[in-house]
Design a protein around this ligand. Structure first.
Ligand code: NAD
Ligand code: SER
Length: 315
């Protein structure tokens, strides 16, 4: 098998830090180039492998790094997430849309072997069935983030159909992790709550207590991403985002899970503009197509994740 050289764009974010480390274990430190807008790598990536400052909107910067390292695959993680996107819609649209189009064009011009670009459950909207949302269903997103993710998915399918670009994508649910902070999403409460439970034993939640959303623990998300990227191309039935399910819970339920470890932890509720975003999304996801195409299965449920989050955050 020929050596792969991988570029990760947006490697300093919640997913990028962990995905970079996981890919370096597989391909070797020197063969996975982390990049982000920042001058310096995320502290967890410092002195662990190559780092380049790259703006996902700047073709010249990406092409120079492709040439310098002989890049064969790109994971493009840079994006403006749902809550930040609703505050600055035009700016978010520009970054989310133009950067994925640029990536697809670069993949075509430079004949990259494979590219990865994540989508989100935000593609779904209020008219989508809320429970066990299937892979193919009504898709009418109402956030700028969701619109950009759905348009991006369609561009991915287009570049596959027209130019045979081997692009792969997952509709991540809300991701929960302890290594790098989330970057402005509606599901961020489910990360913040663990930090506050340990630090203050109380938390004010920006979603109402009965708001169910689909969620996934980061180790499952990283494994799923790598499994999809390693799956044989002829097994993949879509080049749009695959539905991926892990768990579904409400703020009230995650509180109860934390209280099994910290009995005097309390929560109160002050829903803000993010409530409307959450209300527009599914409550649980059907991932039968990912199961069938590349044997996807999540390993963590809510209590198992809580055990692991609290154990690691205490360290
Ligand atoms: P994040 O906000 O934590 O990280 C994004 C990173 O991209 C940041 O380090 C930021 O500095 C960088 N970035 C922003 N603009 C850039 C630009 N122009 N050029 C280069 N880098 C830039 O996001 P994340 O949670 O790691 O998400 C990664 C991807 O996964 C995104 O596409 C996001 O939409 C998707 N996703 C995330 C979640 C989640 O819960 N975290 C859920 C669904 C989908
Ligand atoms: N976690 C993400 C968000 O809330 C979902 O894509 O924006």
């Amino acid at each position: 098998m020929s050596q792969e050289n991988i570029l990760i764009i947006g490697a300093g974010g919640q997913i990028g830090v962990e995905l970079t480390a996981a890919l370096r274990k597989i391909y070797g430190d020197a063969h996975v180039v982390a990049s982000d807008l920042k001058d310096e790598p995320h502290p967890l990536l410092k002195d662990k492998g190559p780092y380049e400052k790259i703006d996902a909107m700047k073709k010249r910067q990406i092409v120079e790094v492709i040439k310098k390292y002989g890049i064969t695959q790109i994971y493009h993680l840079a994006a403006i997430l749902s809550a930040t996107g609703e505050m600055r819609p035009n700016w978010a649209w520009g970054i989310n849309m133009n950067s994925v189009l640029l990536l697809l064009e670069i993949a075509r011009e430079k004949k990259l072997k494979k590219i990865y670009w994540p989508s989100s459950i935000a593609v779904f909207g209020p008219t989508t069935p809320k429970q066990n949302t299937p892979q193919k269903t009504i898709i009418e997103p109402t956030t700028v983030y969701g619109i950009s993710k759905y348009a991006g998915e369609q561009w991915c399918q287009y570049y596959f159909d027209k130019y045979k670009i081997d692009v792969r994508s997952i509709r991540y649910p809300g991701l929960i992790s302890y290594k790098s902070h989330p970057g402005g999403g509606t599901t961020d409460y489910a990360v913040d709550i663990y930090y506050k439970a340990l630090a203050d034993k109380k938390y004010t939640c920006f979603l109402a207590e009965d708001t169910y959303l689909p969620m996934l623990y980061m180790p499952d998300a990283i494994r799923g991403t790598i499994e999809l990227m390693e799956a044989s191309a002829d097994k993949l039935s879509t080049r749009m985002g695959y539905n991926l399910s892990g768990m579904s819970f409400s703020p009230k339920e995650i509180t109860a899970s934390i209280q099994k470890h910290i009995p005097d932890f309390t929560i109160d509720y002050a829903p803000d503009f993010r409530q409307a975003i959450a209300n527009s999304w599914p409550q649980s996801i059907d991932d039968a197509v990912a199961q069938k195409d590349w044997n996807w299965k999540a390993a963590y449920d809510l209590d198992k994740m809580t055990d692991d989050m609290l154990k690691n955050l205490k360290k």
